[in-house]
Design a protein around this ligand. Structure first.
Ligand SMILES: *Cc1c(COP(=O)(O)O)cnc(C)c1O
Length: 362
């Protein structure tokens, strides 16, 4: 059996950049590792993927994604666990979601097993780039885009899928600090029938101005309401949103198609059910959130997403009316969820769900 020949071809850098990295100032998405994975879709099929040095990419000014926005991406993390193993959290969910996004944007699917192999082998090559502290990780960013050169509105013939690695700091250098959030009643991010359920660059483009204005007013992020009624809560833009109302964990239902189906959201819902917490996926009006607060029943609000895992919300401001949640402190449900998920990712808690993909060395 000749396994070696089936593996992804690897071209290594002559000299690693790793010695130049300051591990104390990583932040998020600023430092990139030595290698990337690249694969092209040409003449109706995917070519063989390869791992090559991180470098410039050449493109023509007419590359269609620059004009028509056929770009989708993913985000997942590799962790060094307490036994020295390398764990990737639920990469199969990202493989599926990449293909769901691809279908929505008329792009070709990439076979799931190929995606998982690419992730595995790239992380195996970049093992030394995984930061070691609890809460730190190697962030993996797959991005797929139309790479044909033309003007004219139709989908691309050719595509490129690239996977980038970035060592990232813990989101919470100073503990799980709650964020303050402006509820946008002026702009919308996504509408029913639009692109909200796809992880596509366009949704971020749509969100930037509101984000900038919120920052200028002193808020960390924007909470989006639905684009049809501007009444129901959608999500935070890079995070899904959850509320603890009374003894129930409530989060907006995905069935309107305007919300990105987060892997962390799905994980928190599964864990909450196991822990005996009542959960409800339904439409939730912003007025209901405020009413619950008035009655003293709004116990916690938190965002969920791969980057921060759990991000407690300390303040909400809707049309100038500000409410403070749980004294601007992280609540017990958010804290328990954070510790459980990090515990599983770090190998401190048993992975009873098969959520951890252990990176096989190559
Ligand atoms: C990526 C993303 C999320 C979070 O998804 P996770 O899989 O939990 O990281 C939420 N909302 C939007 C708009 C996103 O792009």
């Amino acid at each position: 059996m000749n396994v070696i020949e089936d593996r992804i071809k690897i071209t290594k850098v002559k000299k690693s950049k790793i010695e130049n990295v300051n591990w104390n100032t990583l932040g998020f998405g600023k430092v990139f590792s030595d290698h990337i994975f690249v694969v092209d879709y040409i003449n109706g099929q995917w070519e063989e993927g390869k791992i090559i040095p991180y470098s410039d990419m050449a493109f023509e000014p007419t590359m269609c994604t620059l004009h028509y926005g056929q770009t989708i991406f993913e985000g997942l993390k590799a962790y060094l666990d307490i036994n020295g193993d390398v764990n990737i959290f639920r990469p199969d969910r990202n493989a599926k979601r990449l293909n769901n996004s691809a279908t929505r944007l008329v792009m070709p699917e990439y076979p799931e097993e190929k995606f998982l192999e690419a992730i595995n082998d790239l992380v195996a090559v970049e093992k030394d780039w995984i930061p070691k502290e609890r809460g730190q990780a190697l962030y993996l960013r797959p991005v797929m885009f139309g790479s044909s050169n033309f003007l004219g509105v139709h989908s691309s013939d050719n595509y490129k899928l690239v996977i980038i690695c970035s060592p990232v700091a813990s989101y919470y250098a100073a503990g799980l600090k709650p964020v303050s959030i402006l509820v946008s009643h002026e702009y919308v991010r996504a509408v029913r029938g639009g692109l909200g359920m796809a992880k596509t660059a366009a949704n971020y483009a749509a969100s930037l101005l509101a984000g900038k204005e919120a920052k200028a007013k002193g808020f960390d992020q924007v909470l989006w309401l639905d684009g049809v009624h501007q009444e129901y809560v959608d999500e935070v833009g890079a995070m899904n949103i959850m509320f603890v109302i009374g003894d129930e964990l409530v989060t907006p239902t995905l069935d309107q198609g305007s919300i990105l189906p987060g892997v962390t959201r799905e994980t928190v819902l599964a864990l909450a059910k196991e822990k005996g917490i009542k959960t409800s996926e339904r439409r939730i009006r912003i007025s209901e959130v405020y009413d619950a607060h008035e009655r003293g029943e709004l116990k916690e609000v938190f965002g969920t997403g791969t980057a921060a895992i759990i991000s407690p919300v300390g303040k909400l401001n809707y049309k100038g009316k500000e409410i403070v949640i749980n004294n601007n402190e992280i609540g017990p449900v958010a804290h328990d969820m954070y510790e459980t998920i990090v515990g599983i990712q770090r190998g401190e808690l048993e992975d009873t769900h098969g959520w951890i993909h252990k990176v096989a060395s190559i």
